[in-house]
Design a protein around this ligand. Sequence first.
Ligand code: HEM
Length: 401
Amino acid sequence: MVTEGKDRYANIIPIAELDSAEKRIHPFPVYNRLRQTTPVRYDETRSCWDVFRYDDVHAVLKDPAAFSSRRALAVREKETILTMDPPRHNQMRSLVNKAFTPKVVNDLGPRIAAITDELLDSVLSQGRMDIVHDFAVPLPVIVIAELLGVPPEDRHLFKEWSDVLVKGPEQNTDEEFRQVIDEKIKATDELTAYFTKIISQRRTETAEDLISILLRSEIEGQKLSDEEVISFSILLLAAGNETTTNLITNGVRRLTEDPQLQQRLSQTPEDIPAFIEEVLRYYPPVQAIGRVATRDIEIGGQRIKAGDQVVSWVASANRDETKFDNPDQFILERKPNSHLSFGFGIHFCLGAPLARLEGQIAIRKMMERMKEIQLQSGIQLTPIPSPFVYGVKEFPVSFRT
Ligand code: HEM
């Protein structure tokens, strides 16, 4: 049973304005309204500030001295680069950067393409598939499992754990809230036990997977502890899987909304990287990013106090009319496309090159092998139960080959 107060979990409580499945599938008019009426506001229910305008979100993310990432950790949550400030953040980040160089990521291209083909092979003859279950979930999970060097047979466990880690209460009753927290504690304990076993094996073998590389790495002459490697591995699972799954699904959702776009991408695959960038802006897999003010500071004319929690809505910033022309239109040619979907500044997503590559390959292979992809008729989209990750539970499509 959890005794800690809800304030440790402010970031997982949904905002009251998104109070129906319909609004969580189409939250953008709500963000537009909040951006006009209360661009920076204090939400008493969640005990935090919400920031909705591009310039304000940008100002928060670019200033780690005033807006710290060191939030109160959830029960059993371990410190990772995501929750560190400089100078410790710089040290850890430069170390893990070595494992995520553009070369490491680009070398994964052929393997990602092969996994993508295998996943499509098994469903193509049926003329229908669930994009989420058959494609967008397994692809990033298999890639990260191979990268970390863990057995691919364990991937169903990965999926269950990462679902729980990004989950939030749907109704936000005290009982449901406690239940979600208990699930999170259980998943974190299981993940810790899982990686503890893997790491003790890797300590005695020399391999070239990411975990082995991290175990050998040093910061200023000091090796990473087992605990640090475990928490980083858990972060990669949590940060990398759900997000990339939703990038792919949100991309396919967009293609089913615009058959002409589908035709265009199959004729000019060189437009696919621009398509992925616009999907990231238009349907961002991560809607909001949390920080804590380190001192009294003014944002958008509001006085934020030291210690206050601040939630920056990148999904709203990406639709800010002062930054993007016709923000509610999906424009493939948009240039520059300075969306904030991977964050900004020192915590900019470490996995962005990998996520982009997976998204691009997934869509390229679909465009090569499938035609006239359509959402099956009569389907009501259901949002995934997370207040900050944006996507749908299922996306069943039909298509021609
Ligand atoms: C950080 C989004 C995929 C690993 C972030 C942040 C965002 C983000 C918004 C910044 C958080 C903050 O400022 O507090 C996304 C999206 C993805 C994606 C939208 C997919 C479309 C991945 C993948 C990996 C990954 C595939 C790794 C395999 C990380 C890590 C951080 C991070 C380690 C922490 C970086 C730091 O604190 O310095 N991601 N991510 N992400 N992401 Fe991603």
